[in-house]
Write a protein that binds this ligand. Structure first.
Ligand code: HEM
Length: 479
């Protein structure tokens, strides 16, 4: 509903026809959004050729626009993209799914699958623990010498994803197949590639760079689904579900048996597998690599976490998720890393299904809406000293974690808000906690002996949908 006083949000005027297309660096959108927010405020509108782009840069408007009923039914659709149409089989999964009952049902299924059947299931944690022990052994093999943690952490998180999907890691090729798909998708989803292919779909068949990107992604998708869909389906035995794919196959046959509406088809299951890899792999991996880098710059945090481990867990047993509530300092370090680094600096693009009013401004139908998480997490008005890494900002005077409804906790919007918020949030938080505590329990984490440690300032990180620290070296000395 629009009131008569509703007006267009302010924003950069741009050029005739092109709008602001030439003023934005699509690989570092958060930088452009940050400048615009400083100049025009926390709700801005600009034109990208014929399309309106709305950027939200304050937590209150994020909640109001995307989570509260008055706007959320209008602002939570996804745009049609080349990737959603041609690579995700007409947006069959959750990530690219159109707003409506099918996506809502698939979200529920995915959320339940991730949180109840897999993550909280003892069997998953036992196998995931073995993978973490493998990582610890690999780190121990470095014998306190300088090493680059990138490859070890990347392959370990890919194996966790493989375990989640199939219940085990078949061979070392699993991690390669998973990363290859992720990398190819990241290239295909780049705004320039996607919009060129959407406008001229025939280019996908031609020997040009965008065509090569498409074909590489389709090959990577085929390899991925061969490993994680077809081989699971061929060996699936009812009553002996090994991982999430089996659970989804079971739910699919239950829906059929009960004569219920079929929310799950093979295409949906395939798209959910792709969603998990595309949404989860880079964000957890680079989140952990950023956290380690930050700790190398703040050894007092390594000491603080270790003291908490000694007090709560001791040194004779492995950290478990049940320890989390008793470890406020460790949680505060994780929250501060998520804030300071902001691994995913802008949300996925939303689409406005109708004209709608947000705090006196009109968001026009068909506008693309994005959350500028980066600026929210580095806003001096909220945090005071946003460029200082200070975990204690999330603790009260007694060293307890600030309650979830505290303004600072409410201003952390790493995982979005409302009906399109991240379905993998719990999985991401739990893996970061387990990897961090297990590493610190076993090793003292130190900067490299040779050379200078790179900066942990996220403004120097490599761009992309997920911010990645450049390669660095560290030492892990056994305790
Ligand atoms: C540190 C880790 C992670 C961060 C920071 C993160 C962040 C986000 C953000 C900002 C969104 C977009 C919300 C929006 O568009 O409004 C999102 C959506 C999503 N994430 Fe994550 N994510 C993480 C881990 C994961 C993991 C582990 C998975 C899967 C297992 C995952 C799967 C998804 C999916 C499927 C969506 C789309 C939800 C929808 O459109 O309804 N994410 N995530």
């Amino acid at each position: 509903m629009l009131s008569r006083i509703a007006k267009s949000p302010p924003g950069p005027p741009g050029w005739p026809i092109l709008g602001c297309l030439l003023e934005i660096d699509f690989s570092r959108m958060h930088d452009s959004f940050d400048q615009w927010a400083k100049q025009y405020g926390s709700l801005i509108l600009c034109k990208m050729a014929t399309k309106a782009l709305v950027v939200i840069s304050c937590p209150r408007l994020v909640k109001k626009g995307l989570a509260e009923k008055s706007c959320s039914d209008v602002l939570n659709d996804r745009q049609d993209t080349f990737v959603s149409k041609y690579i995700m089989d007409n947006a069959k999964g959750v990530l690219f799914g159109k707003y409506g009952q099918t996506t809502t049902e698939l979200r529920k299924i995915m959320y339940k699958g991730l949180n109840t059947h897999c993550q909280a299931a003892p069997q998953f944690e036992i196998i995931a623990r073995k993978e973490l022990e493998r990582l610890i052994n690999n780190v121990a093999d470095q014998r306190g010498r300088d090493f680059n943690p990138n490859e070890l952490v990347s392959s370990s998180i890919a194996n966790i994803v493989a375990i989640l999907l199939s219940g085990s890691v078949a061979d070392e090729k699993d991690a390669e197949v998973i990363w290859e798909y992720n990398k190819a998708m990241r290239k295909s989803i780049e705004v320039t590639t996607d919009s060129m292919l959407l406008t001229f779909p025939f280019l996908r068949f031609l020997p040009v760079e965008v065509g090569r990107r498409y074909r590489r992604t389709m090959q990577a998708k085929e390899d991925l689904l061969k490993k994680f869909f077809h081989s699971n389906k061929e060996t699936y035995e009812a009553g002996r579900e090994r991982g999430l794919v089996d659970i989804l196959l079971k739910l699919k046959s239950q829906e059929k048996l009960n004569g219920d509406i079929q929310w799950l088809t093979d295409s949906n299951i395939k798209a959910i597998i792709q969603d998990i890899i595309f949404g989860g792999l880079g964000s957890i991996t680079y989140g952990i690599l950023s956290l380690l880098l930050t700790l190398l710059h703040h050894h007092e945090c390594v000491d603080g976490i270790y003291q908490e481990i000694v007090k709560v867990i001791g040194l004779d047993r492995c950290p478990s998720l049940q320890d989390r509530p008793a470890m406020p300092y460790t949680e505060a370090v994780i929250l501060e890393t998520l804030r300071y680094i902001t691994p995913v600096p802008v949300s996925g693009p939303h689409r406005a299904m109708e004209d709608v009013e947000l705090e006196g401004y009109t968001i026009p139908k068909e506008a693309t809406i994005m959350i500028n998480i980066w600026t929210i997490h580095h806003d001096t008005a909220i945090w005071g000293d946003p460029w200082t890494f200070r975990p204690k900002r999330f603790l009260d005077d007694n060293g307890e974690l600030l309650p979830e409804d505290h303004t600072l906790r409410q201003s952390l919007v790493n995982f979005g808000s409302g009906p399109r918020s991240c379905v993998g949030e719990n999985l991401a938080r739990s893996r970061i906690f387990l990897y961090l505590t297990t590493l610190v329990q076993t090793f003292d984490l130190l900067p490299p002996e040779v050379g200078t440690l790179i900066s942990d300032d996220p403004r120097t990180f490599l761009p992309g949908g997920v911010l990645r620290p450049p390669d660095y070296k560290m030492r892990a000395v056994a305790r």
